[in-house]
Design a protein around this ligand. Structure first.
Ligand code: SF4
Length: 336
């Protein structure tokens, strides 16, 4: 299949781990955005080859626990946990106990997951919650998993204290581009989120930061988010697809098609060739029970188990399908 020369050029660089310039990435974005199914399939094949070059036959599996849900004062338009959308009816509970976290972490470890993240709603934990979160991080490490956290806007001191407790990765999504962000959230600034990501990178943590697609953003917004993430030097990029939740302002947004979702993954693989691209929320909405679909479009990791306020796909089925496709879970660097 004939590939536009821009795609071939970017792919050659990507195979060597080099990201395209902004101008090249913009050309690439225009080609991918307008690609018909046949051209898109050829681009998916290229993206899958680049994934194979950098990640081999491994797939990064991560799981989260929603350790504190609801009651959030922010107004992120996609989120059921916002207090601004009471009709979204999301689970609402304070920080959960250590036993529940430990049980969930052990289950995921037994299934081959190597990263486990504690996620809490809201802009940031109170001092007493933070103390308990440090304990949870220690517990996850003792189980032999890489401990990650996603607990909102934290400062450099809190990042250091979590790192000392054994935290390996910090997760904080930028959600979308700087331009489109005010259409999605009005209660804090994009720069606040960028600052956390920057501080987490500076703290020497493994930083996972990405976004959610299907919010009504343009391809230019998708490109700009990728570019910002590349500039920030994040290590891993969660790719979420909007699961429109009744009661939220985006309840009526259409689901992304598999073709468009695949194009987003392929674009990000070509722009961020060596970064882990982890397909997380909305995977089932777009790919149904096809676990390997996102990998064939260039993703190198998946979130397994449940998401924050929505059910995930069956863990055993995911592991089974990956194994049948010759893909092994990425080993934990802890080796236990
Ligand atoms: S995404 Fe996070 S900050 Fe935004 S409303 Fe949901 S819980 Fe709050």
């Amino acid at each position: 299949m004939f590939l536009p020369s821009c795609v071939s050029r970017v792919a050659d660089q990507a195979a060597r781990g080099i990201s395209p310039s902004y101008d090249e990435a913009r050309q690439l974005t225009n080609i991918i955005a307008s690609a018909d199914e046949k051209t898109a399939q050829a681009i998916f094949d290229v993206a899958a080859t680049i994934r194979q070059t950098h990640f081999g036959n491994t797939t990064g599996l991560c799981a989260i626990i929603n350790a504190k849900s609801g009651r959030c004062g922010e107004d992120c338009a996609f989120c059921a946990q916002s207090r601004h959308y009471p009709e979204a009816n999301s689970p609402d509970y304070p920080l959960i106990d250590a036993e529940t976290v430990e049980t969930a972490a052990r289950t995921m470890k037994a299934a081959g997951v190597n990263r486990f993240s504690i996620v809490t709603s809201g802009l940031g934990p109170s001092p007493s919650e933070f103390k308990r979160l440090l304990e949870l991080i220690r517990t996850i490490r003792q189980i032999g998993l890489l401990a990650d956290a996603s607990i909102g806007l934290v400062d450099a001191e809190r990042l250091q204290r979590m790192k000392q407790a054994g935290l390996v990765g910090y997760h904080h999504n930028l959600e979308t581009s700087r331009r489109f962000f005010p259409s999605i959230c009005t209660t804090h600034d994009y720069e606040d989120d960028v600052q956390v990501v920057r501080q987490a990178v500076n703290a020497g943590l493994y930083v996972c930061s990405g976004g959610i697609f299907g919010l009504g953003e343009t391809w230019q917004d998708r490109l700009d988010l990728a570019h910002t993430l590349e500039e920030l030097g994040v290590h891993s990029v969660p790719v979420n697809f909007l699961h429109p939740i009744p009661g939220t302002p985006l309840a009526k947004r259409p689901l992304l098609t598999r073709l468009e979702a695949g194009k987003i993954i392929a674009l990000y693989r070509l722009i961020l060739p060596t970064k882990h691209l982890r397909v997380c929320g909305g995977r089932g909405d777009v790919y149904g029970s096809d676990t390997v679909g996102p990998i064939s479009h260039g993703a190198s990791g998946l979130m397994v188990g449940d998401y924050l306020t929505t059910k995930g796909s069956a863990l055993e089925r995911d592991i089974d399908q990956l194994s049948k496709a010759g893909l092994q879970p990425e080993p934990s660097v802890l080796g236990s």
